[in-house]
Design a protein around this ligand. Sequence first.
Ligand code: NAI
Length: 481
Amino acid sequence: MNDVLLTLSKSPAARNVLGALKLPIPLPEPLARGDGAWVARPLEGATVVLGGAGKAELLPAITGALAEAGATILVDDDARVAALRDAAQAHARPVRADVADAADARDRIQALVFDATGIETVDGLRAAYEFLHPRVGRLARSGRVVLVGRERASDAGAQANAVRAALVGLAKALAKEIGKKGATANCVAVAPGAEGRLAPVLRWLCDPRSAFVTAQPLAVTARAKLPGGNGKAASTPYVRPLDGKVAIVTGAARGIGRATALALAAEGARVVCLDRAEDSKDTSELARQIGGTALLVDVTAADAPAKILEALGERGVDIVVHNAGITRDKTLARMKPEHWDAVMAVNLAAVVRITDALVPRALRDGGRIVCLSSVSGIAGNVGQTNYAASKAALIGYVDALATQLAPRGITANAIAPGFIETRMTAAIPMMIREAGRRLSALGQGGLPEDVAQAITFLASPGAQGITGSTLRVCGGALIGA
Ligand code: NAI
């Protein structure tokens, strides 16, 4: 279903007319999204301004990550330029101070990245305000703000933990302020020992491919072992990161599953596209298009795990995306047992049964499991007790799996999409659909490709630091925030 306001917003003439009429219609900003496969320097030509509080120990790593992505690096403080020069020059990028009256200061900023790891007190928090306040107005359309802090820890003291939590609130509120520009704000909490895993996460959050991820806290941890020794983030492949990998996507015939199969294949994965026999035509066409394999199986069938194992063969699988999902909406009082059972069978029981079969026999070390949860599983929704229960279950499931599978370097995460423009959401009554789109920081629905890109990122070698998490791809939806 076409988003009329977004279509109008893309037309300069319509914008002018609405502006002249002074109608109180907030037009959402069309988002700059990456298309095609990942590139080596997604930030080529972009200016990013870095800042930090206190020692800001992660600034050299942050500088290196963004210089490697092609960005022009400015720093908030003259005194830091010399310390960061080497990190940027390693990628043939210069570092300059972001001086208020310099020509650069008039340039649009693509990303503002602040290292808050040195903040331990309430007074110290002011440094975040002082960095952002004079610069947020220069943030470009579809720009990025990323706050990097430390993960909360029982040995850090109550004030330090309060300050670490404060960053999440700051990012969420800022996301709502800058969302009208199509810009996003997120924060990353880095656990001790996981510093080397930050770079790919930061790069992705600054990349156009994360356009619909905003107001989110992400945790980067050392929880999942590095497969095959202590390979550092420096060796992370950024171009065709999934070369040589095998992936399986359930519910691949359309919507988010289809977009995911296309995105994984674009990064080099060979994809097994699974869907029900009635979707044979779409599934087979997709598999042919991406050089993958079609597997026509109902995930709830008793023999589904066996058929999947057979299709994967000796080689096994690296990436498992549990995407197949259904809704059978009724308020609990009116819900028939078959509505409850059908949703549980597809959204949860099949996920557990297939995972149980794949983990010991087919999932390779260093592998990835991604489950499609939902914002409904976080916030609940009228008429969706069955669906919300099944989707909340997946949040607990990936957390437990992450612990179990960490010694094998396997990560398990959930994605919780907000309002995504698919056949599922096109069926929602008009007023509710409009509310779903507009009640968010970005004021619009996401595309299946937005979710597909988040799944692809979690499936990539660079996401080793993210496990047991639920990442919302929701445009900063107010629901459940
Ligand atoms: P969709 O309805 O467009 O596609 C779902 C696919 O799963 C279909 O191709 C369908 O044939 C397949 N499928 C359903 N039951 C199956 C079974 N028993 N065996 C094999 N395949 C089966 O759905 P959409 O919108 O692409 O959603 C994908 C996932 O994302 C679902 O798990 C959904 O709950 C979740 N999600 C979607 C949101 C949205 O806004 N579209 C929001 C939040 C979560």
